[in-house]
Structure formats: C-alpha cells, structure tokens
Design a protein around this ligand. Structure first.
Ligand code: PLP
Ligand code: COI
Length: 339
C-alpha cells in the first residue's frame, strides 16, 4: 500500500483497516462486530433509503507530540446522536455503547491517526440507519449503527486562510421548526443546490439565514457562525441550527480569554459591525471569513482587509488545537486518551 502523504490530506473518504457495527434487532442492541468491508447489505425497502431515517455524527482523534491519541468531546457527540435519533423516531444508541465503539475503532485503526507534525487528524464518522423494509411511511424496528474512520486534512482547501461566503434567499436548508437542530442526512441533501451554487460563484460556502423571517444569521454550510465585535464573541441563537460542539468549546475558551459571549439573534445588517468572523465545526475547525456577499441585495460586508486571519479568531483556533493535540492542559476534561 502506498505511504499516506499526511501533510497534503484533504477532507475526504479513504479506506482504512476496520469499521465497527452494531445492530438493533428484536428490541435490543447486539454484539459489536468488527468488519474489514466498506460495504453493507441492505434491504431495498429500508426506511433509511425511502424515508430518510438516517442520523450521523462527526468527531476527530488527534495524535499528540507525546504519541498519545486523543478524541475530542466524544460524550457530547454521543448525546447529540441520541437527540438526532429521537428526532427521527429511531432507536437511540446508548451513550456507553457509542463511546465503546468509538474507542475500539480508533484503536483498531491506530496506524491511520496522522503524526503530530502533519497537523492532520483522524475523522470519525458514526452513522445510524433504519434497516427494516417500509413502504408505508413509518419508523423502522431494526437499525444498524456503524462507525468508520479516515485520516483528513482541512475541510476548506484554504485551511486557515480567510474565505468569502454568500447569502441567498433562494433556498432554505431546513424549516423553522424542522430538522436543523439534528444531524440528519436530509438537511445536507437540502443544502446541495445552494452549496453548489455558492461554489460555482467562487464562495467557500453559503451563510444561511433563519428560514422563517430571513432576517437573522443561522449557520454557515456545515458549520456554525460566530463574529467578533467590540471584543465580544457573538453567535446565533436559533432553533434551526445544529448545536455545534466546537462552538460550545470556543464560547468557553472565549470566556476564559476574558471575552463576553453573546448567543442571540444576529440581524444581517450587524455584519457591518464585525471586525472578525468565522465558520466553526469539527471539519471546519475555525475557518476565518473575509467577506460576506448578499447575492440578493448586492451588499458586500467586508470583514477583513487583508488575506490574513484576524487576531481573535487565530488565538481561539490556536487554543482549541492546543487542547486537542495535548499541547495544553485539558482543564475541562474534553479529551479522552485512547490506550
Ligand atoms: N452545523 C452543521 C450543519 C454541521 O454539519 C456541523 C458539523 O458537524 C456543525 C454545525 C458543527 O458542529 P460540531 O462543532 O459539533 O462539529
Ligand atoms: C463535521 O464537521 O463533522 C461535519 O459533519 C461536517 C460535514 C457534514 C462534512
């Protein structure tokens, strides 16, 4: 097998040695299976294929300077996939089972955790699907939970270089009281048209507005949004966005750095008051935003005047990465060492 070019990895799928699986059948979760196959056998009428009973997660493992492997906030992802599953009337994966399977799959694929110096990480993708045959619209009684892993580099090819994003009122990703607060495949299907449009026009992603009034900022492609204004960390409060674990962590780090944190509705016009802005998430980490173009009104909100990230976003980014890679103490117990 050719050697992996760790420093030039993109965010994408690649095969690794193992994945782990567990089935819910006859009213209970079975034994954990270790598989070397990247494929699954599925009933053609499975509820996941026809009616979208599918939820997933995204988290990362990092190799430290000390050689140890650390997984970031896996308990939070365990809790969130339970909420997502409940949202689609799926069988929630018990938290302990989720955690055990993550630890197992990372350990089994240890050789794919990128070296410290590369700045890359191991992306962990848990996935749950309804497997029972359903033609009438109703929830499955059987489920399959799989955890796969793969080494990845930055989500936006620019890495921590600032990128432009855009606003459009032509498409909604989610409904006002719909599935936006859960991590379900359908939300991403609904974002493909607008995401591709943004890319075609040269933007790294779409900055979605609240789907009800289209007055407030919601989130930024597959990531939350935050802005910096008068030394404050400002991020949207909304029922239609995914509660990002990265954003939650950054809010804590911002407070620790002495900043005030505001989680509230952010009217679009307030963009002109931000001195920095970024998209944040497991894949995106913190990706600085240089400019936000409103495609409907033609208004351009220039956030950064140079092609360098601003100081606050950069220090939050460095602080988060230092905890994830074990360079700084983990004072909140965010990290699980795999041994
Ligand atoms: N928002 C959406 C729509 C996402 O897909 C993600 C990625 O998981 C996030 C936000 C960021 O969430 P987290 O920081 O928990 O990865
Ligand atoms: C993540 O940040 O983990 C995500 O899930 C984003 C993704 C949909 C690529």
């Amino acid at each position: 097998m050719p050697a992996i070019d760790w420093a030039n990895l993109r965010f994408g799928y690649s095969d690794t040695d193992y994945n782990v699986r567990c089935r819910f059948e006859n009213g209970k979760w079975g034994e954990i299976e270790v598989s070397t196959s990247p494929t699954i056998e599925l009933h053609m009428a499975a509820s996941s294929l026809h009616y979208g009973q599918e939820v997933f997660e995204g988290l990362k493992a990092f190799r430290g300077r000390d050689g140890k492997i650390r997984v970031f906030r896996l308990e939070e992802n365990a809790r969130r996939i339970i909420e997502s599953a409940k949202g689609l009337i799926m069988e929630p994966i018990p938290e302990e089972l989720f955690i055990e399977m993550i630890k197992k799959v990372v350990k089994l694929n240890e050789r794919f955790v990128p070296p410290y110096e590369s700045g890359a990480s191991l992306y962990i993708r848990p996935l749950e699907i309804g497997t029972s045959a359903r033609i009438g619209v109703s929830p499955a009684s059987e489920y399959l939970f799989i955890v796969m892993v793969m080494p990845v580099g930055p989500y936006f090819k620019e890495g921590v270089k600032p990128t432009k994003v855009c606003i459009s009122r032509e498409y909604d990703r989610v409904a006002p009281k719909g599935t936006g607060r859960w991590k379900v495949g359908g939300n991403y299907a609904a974002s493909l048209q607008s995401g591709e449009m943004a890319h075609r026009l040269g933007y790294s992603s779409m900055l979605y507005l609240d789907p009800k009034e289209k007055k407030y900022l919601d989130e930024c492609g597959p990531a939350n949004f935050f802005g910096i204004k008068e030394g404050k960390y400002v991020t949207p409060a909304s029922e239609s966005i995914l509660p990002s674990i990265t954003n939650k962590s950054l809010m804590q780090l911002a407070k620790d750095m002495g900043m005030e944190v505001e989680q509230r509705h952010i009217p679009i016009e307030e963009l002109s008051e931000f001195t920095e802005a970024a998209a944040c998430g497991t894949a995106a980490v913190t990706s600085p935003i240089s400019e936000i173009d409103d495609l409907d009104t033609g208004k351009k909100y220039v956030i950064l005047n140079s092609n360098e990230p601003g100081p606050v976003v950069m220090s939050l980014y460095n602080k988060l990465r230092a905890i994830q890679y074990g360079d700084e103490p983990d004072s909140y117990g965010w990290v699980t060492v795999i041994d």
